[in-house]
Design a protein around this ligand. Structure first.
Ligand code: ADP
Ligand code: MG
Length: 273
């Protein structure tokens, strides 16, 4: 079937995307292009709208698009329900993966593959699952464990990347997949992504911290602040953020708000004092 034979990555093009959640405007005209096969990083302080963009592209019903467009391989993503976007090859590694007690990792993976028309014979499925689990250093016992149920933060992130590895999406959006991972786990997970990234899979790696970008080398880095991409550059932009923080890019008040739990009024008062 032609739909399933499409394995190459495709261009993601986002134009003027404006998104509200519960009548609050979060994204305020996002322009972003990820050409087929490239790795792009989306950075930005907490609350800047990174997850909102990830959810919107994946089709989460809670996020209302009020303006703009998003296409993948020329197809209008926004016109499709979440499952159709997944079949098109768009995959989201959740920032906060959900536990599904009662559903084992094996059954979950088989159902997900079936839903995307990527079923394979049981023997091949188990062989591939074992292979991918070994590459991600996931213990065999996880096959029979309920998905994400009682998993540690790092185990959940590996389980997300395992799903990615099994489903072989054409575009992976990794939403802070690095958070909660120690350095060794970070390297393992980044290697797992690197194995798949390339002509078959583009990657949009959302991260708060630049460290994962030492392993997952981005072609471009974009900074989101208050719902807009405020600057884009090469890998050196991530290194600048590593050494100087967001402040030189987005200004002292915004950066302080992002990095502390101080209320905005508190920061403004401080800045004015
Ligand atoms: P980031 O991922 O960059 O930290 P988010 O996209 O999670 O940012 O959040 C951006 C803003 O949108 C925050 O102010 C957050 O409180 C708000 N927001 C995001 N999702 C929801 C939601 N489901 N309900 C209400 N507010 C939300
Ligand atoms: Mg987030």
């Amino acid at each position: 079937m032609p739909e399933n034979s499409v394995t190459a990555a495709a261009d993601l093009v986002v134009r003027g995307l404006t998104v509200s959640v519960e009548d609050k405007e979060i994204l305020r005209g996002v322009d972003l292009s990820v050409p087929a096969g490239e790795i792009h990083a989306l950075m930005g302080p907490n609350g800047s709208g990174k997850s909102t963009l990830a959810y919107t592209l994946s089709g989460h019903p809670k996020y209302t698009v009020t303006a703009g467009s998003a296409t993948f391989g020329g197809e209008d993503l926004l016109a499709l329900p979440a499952d159709a976007r997944a079949r098109l090859g768009v995959f989201l590694c959740f920032q906060y993966p959900t536990a599904i007690p009662g559903v084992t990792t094996v059954n979950f993976m088989r159902a997900a593959l079936r839903a995307q028309g990527k079923e394979m014979p049981a023997r091949e499925f188990i062989r591939r699952l074992n292979e991918e689990m070994a590459a991600l250093k996931i213990d065999e016992s996880f096959r029979a464990r309920y998905i994400n149920d009682g998993f540690s933060g790092g185990e959940k992130k590996r389980a997300e990347v395992l799903q990615m590895a099994m489903l072989r999406p054409r575009l992976s959006i990794l939403d802070e997949t690095d958070s909660g991972l120690d350095v060794d786990a970070l390297r393992t997970v980044a290697n797992g992504v690197n194995r798949l990234a390339g002509p078959d899979m583009s990657v949009l790696v959302i991260t708060h911290y630049p460290r994962i970008l030492e392993y997952l080398k981005p072609d471009r880095v974009h900074v989101l602040n208050q719902g807009r991409i405020v600057t884009s550059g090469g890998p050196e932009l991530a290194r600048q953020i590593e050494s100087q923080g967001y402040e030189p890019i987005i200004g002292p008040v915004a950066a302080q708000t992002a990095h502390s739990h101080t209320s905005l009024t508190g920061v403004v008062a401080e800045a004015q004092a």
